[in-house]
Design a protein around this ligand. Sequence first.
Ligand code: HEC
Ligand code: HEC
Ligand code: HEC
Ligand code: HEC
Ligand code: HEC
Ligand code: HEC
Ligand code: HEC
Ligand code: HEC
Ligand code: HEC
Length: 468
Amino acid sequence: MKGLWIMNKTFQRLTQNGLIMAGALSLFTLGMAAQADDGDLSEETKACLECHDKKGLEIKLENQETLSLHVSTNAFLESVHKDNDCTDCHSDIDETSHGKIKTLIKSRRENSLSKQDVCRDCHKKNYKQYEDSLHSALVKEGSKDAPLCFDCHDPHVQRSVKIVGPIAETPCARCHEDIFKAYSTDVHGLERITKGKAAPICADCHKAHDVKAASFGDGIKDSCLACHKDAVTQHQDWLPNAARHFAAISCPVCHAPGAQRRVNLRLYDNVAGRQVSEKSGVPIFKKRAEAADASSLGLDERALLSLLKEFNQDEAQGSTVLRGRLEVRSGIEAHQLSEKSKAIKDCNTCHQAGAEPFQSVTLTIASPDGRPIRHGVQKAVLTSLTATESVRGFYAIGGTRIKLLDYLLLLVVLGAIGVPLLHMTIKRMFRKIREQDEAARLAQRAQTSSQGLPDDRPSADESQQSRS
Ligand code: HEC
Ligand code: HEC
Ligand code: HEC
Ligand code: HEC
Ligand code: HEC
Ligand code: HEC
Ligand code: HEC
Ligand code: HEC
Ligand code: HEC
């Protein structure tokens, strides 16, 4: 305030001479700007910056990496933390010895790990979300590549996240480069570049802090539907039971038309209602799958069944089933979404013997960090009758289900030919299906009564599926 008063006095005196005025005014405003901003910092923080705002200030660490100690005053003044003192976060600085004694730091990563807790004090919610994430699980497992808070936010320069910068500035791009490249030319990437925030970037589909494995759970699908609120009804116009298709097919399967597809059979705990996961430090899935697949050609039907039996003997007896899902084969392909006119609409892409998506099959379990661990399965498993009938709750997309769907499809096609003919066809077709069902039920009853198991309810998984 005092400075301002003196300047004002000087200003009045100078205005007596019109010629000096213009130059003085600009000097005056410049001085004000620098002074006002700097003045926002506490004396203590200014003192820190005296030494630390020196370009090239750095130290060598024990592992020979260099650690920069430079903090730019201007960037700090622009940052969200400008109202904080350095010591709010660096509370362990000892004034008497600081800068004189060499600090022992093993490596940059070690240093970052030891400082991560600082963020918790003021950002409890984000910290908690992060701790539940796949990234954090990877860090706990000892990964040196998974992100800590500072990998995505430099506390000295972080600006408000509401500022929408160029897409390349998303922190995710640095570590997921291939996916970023694919995204930047797909329908959302291009929309984001031209129109900004309305179109999603990484964190809008995956969440920023609570990142989970992409192929498990409904997290991503829910994100899509949160923006595309009418998607179910829009698809329902031409796609029967769209909600069921959405549950069994990942959106990029139809919306990344150039992608290769596959069936993912997921080990699923039907009682707990979630993906089966490996326990930490007990990698039984890999061991069992390799033992069952001695030839390494992929699990055949027998091997798959015996593997399933083993999982069902562990605990929660009989609750482990397989759930089928169609997905694209690589993470890159999941980010090559096109405009709607290119999306797959032809039912035959899937509902036809030998359809492309059913030519590749994998079996997955969740690793302790949540990412899928895969093992190959022979595609014949999908069409093998025994596999679908002899395991309770085995739920695969291919095989006999596909045959039934072919009938349903035929109905759709015949719908165009005419009502009377259609009517007869339906009658005949349903009689045939009914007869087949009846025969199957009789056979099953004969079998179960001989085993003394009075149970011909639909399997738990089937009934759960049909509720959805
Ligand atoms: C007189 C100059 C000077 C001042 C003032 C100063 N520092 Fe430093 N600081 C240094 C030097 C030199 C080092 C490197 C010491 C070494 O070799 O480890 C350093 C290291 C650091 C480090 C990294 C090592 C560690 O202890 O974690 C941090 C963080 C740091 N300073 C923060 C601060 C903060 C915050 C303030 C203000 C409270 C401050 N400094 C004030 C000179 C200074
Ligand atoms: C919001 C918290 C926060 C504020 C405010 C803050 N820092 Fe930091 N600073 C950190 C964290 C966390 C790291 C470690 C980052 C990493 O490991 O990548 C760090 C790193 C540093 C380093 C590098 C040495 C090291 O240990 O990594 C220096 C030097 C430093 N800060 C100085 C300052 C100065 C000077 C100020 C005030 C102008 C300041 N910091 C304000 C959180 C903060
Ligand atoms: C993998 C990158 C990544 C990591 C790790 C990360 N963040 Fe974020 N963070 C982001 C992104 C991206 C946004 C912007 C989110 C958005 O626009 O929805 C964000 C937003 C924020 C926000 C402001 C928005 C809000 O939700 O309130 C805070 C505060 C924040 N992060 C703190 C943290 C803290 C603390 C940590 C460590 C526990 C952390 N972040 C770890 C990427 C990350
Ligand atoms: C002493 C308290 C304090 C600490 C410790 C702290 N922050 Fe902040 N942080 C703030 C304040 C205050 C804001 C500004 C809040 C706002 O704009 O809503 C902020 C804002 C942020 C934002 C942007 C929020 C937005 O809405 O744009 C991010 C990101 C962020 N901090 C990350 C971190 C990270 C990472 C750490 C750990 C290195 C950290 N903060 C430590 C106080 C703190
Ligand atoms: C429009 C929503 C959306 C956006 C935006 C998006 N993703 Fe994805 N992401 C997905 C979908 C969908 C999948 C595949 C999930 C599945 O298997 O069903 C996926 C999968 C992934 C995977 C797992 C890949 C693998 O190998 O299994 C990673 C990693 C990933 N995304 C990172 C990113 C990054 C980084 C960005 C930003 C450059 C990004 N995503 C942007 C929707 C999105
Ligand atoms: C510092 C590096 C780093 C940053 C930054 C980073 N990630 Fe990751 N991320 C990893 C690593 C390492 C993995 C585990 C290896 C893998 O699956 O690629 C991973 C895994 C993932 C996965 C799970 C892949 C799967 O198998 O399903 C998703 C999804 C993901 N990241 C999304 C994001 C998003 C979204 C952001 C930005 C908000 C981001 N990542 C930022 C390093 C990073
Ligand atoms: C069986 C293939 C298939 C699946 C699965 C699928 N879509 Fe579509 N989608 C299409 C086709 C084909 C169109 C174009 C329809 C038209 O133009 O008549 C479309 C159109 C759209 C549109 C544009 C709607 C409009 O009319 O403007 C959006 C948005 C969309 N889909 C989102 C999604 C989301 C989100 C998912 C996953 C939950 C998904 N789709 C799953 C095939 C599919
Ligand atoms: C943050 C909101 C948001 C999220 C999340 C989101 N989208 Fe979009 N999407 C948009 C916007 C905005 C556009 C471009 C405008 C439009 O066509 O609606 C778009 C366009 C599309 C289009 C092209 C539509 C056309 O008319 O050609 C498809 C297909 C699509 N999104 C599918 C998806 C899928 C699949 C997901 C999830 C994996 C998803 N979207 C997630 C906002 C979102
Ligand atoms: C990308 C592959 C794909 C495409 C394209 C596709 N479907 Fe499907 N469809 C499936 C899968 C997988 C299921 C099994 C879903 C389940 O049982 O959970 C299914 C199930 C069905 C069902 C049974 C739904 C129920 O209620 O059980 C009908 C009927 C059907 N599809 C008709 C169609 C028609 C008609 C089209 C074209 C307009 C079509 N589908 C396009 C993959 C596809």
